[in-house]
Design a protein around this ligand. Structure first.
Ligand code: PSU
Ligand code: MN
Length: 307
C-alpha cells in the first residue's frame, strides 16, 4: 500500500484505485517505452492497444509515469496521448525518480522506476517489452541496468520478452542469479531474445501456465523471500525476427553507437532507434507484438494471483 508520505506526490487514476480497493487484478505498464522506446505515433497506438488488451483480459491497466512532478499510477487517455508527444521527457530510474517529482518534471519510468511505483501502489504484476541488463562490453563500460537490482529488491512480477539482444544475455542471467532473482521462461526451455523466440541460453526455470507463475510468486512471498521475479515470454512465431538475422543488425547498431560516442542512459534508446532504421521498421512491428503478448500474459497472472 502507498505510504502516507508517498501519497502526497502520487495520483492514482480512479479506475485503478477502485480495482485495488476491491481486490481486482491490476497490471502496471512502463512509460520509457512511450517516451524513449518508440517514435510517435506508433508509441501512442501501442500504449492504447496494450491497455485495451489488459482490459479485454479482465484486468485494469495502470500506465505509470511522472507528469509535471506527479507520480501517476494509471493515466487517462488524454494524459497518455500527451505523454506520447512530449519532447525532452526524462528517462527515470531509481536514481532520479524523486528528482523528477521534486523538480516538477515529466518523464517516462523505466522497468526499475515502474516497479518502485507499482509496489508503492500495491500492484504486483507489470508488463514491459524487455528489461535492461548487462550491456556488451560492460567489463569496461560498467553499464549494467538498475533494472537488475530493482528485480532483486522489489516484489513485483515483470513480464518481458527476455533481455534485449543488444545486451549480453549470459552476463545478465549471471547477475540475476547472483542477486537471487528467479527467471522463468514461459513455455520454453531456452531464454527468448526479445525480437527472437530463442537464444543459445537455457532458461533457468520454466513454467507453462499463468496459474503456476502466480503460485510460485505467492510461495516466494509466503517463505519471506521478497524481491521480484522475471518472466520471459517468447514472441509469437509469426511476429519474430530470427536470431541469425538480428545478429548482424545488432552488431551494426553497436558499431554506430561506439562511433557516435553514445554512453549512459542514451545507449538503449540510440540502439533501438538504429535497429528500427536498419530493419526498415520490422523491429518496431515485432516490438509492438511482443509487448501485446506480454500484456496478455501479465493480465492472466494478475487474475490468477487474485483467484
Ligand atoms: N524495452 C523496450 N524499449 C525500451 C525499454 C525496454 O522495448 O525503451 C526501456 C525500459 O524502460 C528499460 C530501459 O527499463 O529501457 C533500460 O534502460 P537502461 O538500459 O538504460 O537501464
Ligand atoms: Mn545503462
Amino acid at each position: 500500500m502507498t505510504p502516507a508520505s508517498a501519497r502526497a506526490h502520487t495520483d492514482v487514476h480512479a479506475p485503478v484505485a477502485a480495482a485495488l480497493a476491491a481486490g481486482r487484478p491490476v497490471v502496471a505498464l512502463e512509460s520509457t517505452i512511450i517516451t524513449h522506446g518508440m517514435p510517435w505515433p506508433d508509441n501512442a497506438t501501442m500504449a492504447a492497444r496494450v491497455e485495451a488488451i489488459i482490459t479485454e483480459e479482465g484486468a485494469v491497466p495502470a500506465t505509470i509515469a511522472v507528469i509535471g512532478g506527479r507520480l501517476k499510477i494509471g493515466l487517462s487517455a488524454d494524459e497518455r496521448e500527451a505523454l506520447a508527444k512530449v519532447s525532452g521527457a526524462m528517462k527515470l530510474s531509481r536514481a532520479d525518480l524523486a528528482f523528477a517529482v521534486a523538480e516538477a518534471r515529466t518523464g517516462g519510468t523505466t522497468v526499475a522506476a515502474t516497479m518502485i511505483a507499482a509496489a508503492l501502489a500495491g500492484i504486483e504484476v507489470f508488463a514491459t517489452g524487455g528489461i535492461g541488463g548487462v550491456h556488451n562490453g560492460a567489463e569496461t563500460s560498467f553499464d549494467i541496468s538498475a533494472d537488475l537490482d530493482e528485480l532483486a529488491r522489489t516484489g513485483v512480477i515483470v513480464v518481458s520478452a527476455g533481455a534485449k539482444a543488444i545486451l549480453d544475455i549470459a552476463k545478465t542471467l549471471e547477475v540475476l542469479e547472483t542477486r537471487g532473482v528467479p527467471v522463468v521462461a514461459y513455455r520454453s526451455d531456452v531464454m527468448p531474445a526479445f525480437w527472437s523466440r530463442t537464444s543459445s541460453h537455457p532458461a533457468p526455470l520454466r513454467l507453462d501456465g499463468a496459474d503456476a507463475i502466480a503460485r510460485f510468486f505467492a510461495t516466494r512471498k509466503a517463505l519471506g523471500l521478497g524481491g521480484g521475479m522475471l518472466v520471459a515470454n517468447p514472441v509469437a512465431e509469426e511476429d519474430e525476427i530470427p536470431a541469425e538475422r538480428m545478429a548482424g543488425v545488432i552488431a551494426a547498431a553497436q558499431a554506430a553507437a561506439e562511433a557516435a560516442g553514445v554512453s549512459g542512459k542514451a545507449v538503449t534508446p540510440f540502439l533501438l532507434a538504429k535497429i528500427l532504421e536498419l530493419t526498415g521498421g520490422a523491429s518496431l512491428r515485432t516490438n509492438i507484438a511482443l509487448i501485446e503478448n506480454n500484456a496478455r500474459l501479465a493480465a492472466r497472472i494478475a487474475s490468477a494471483l487474485k483467484g
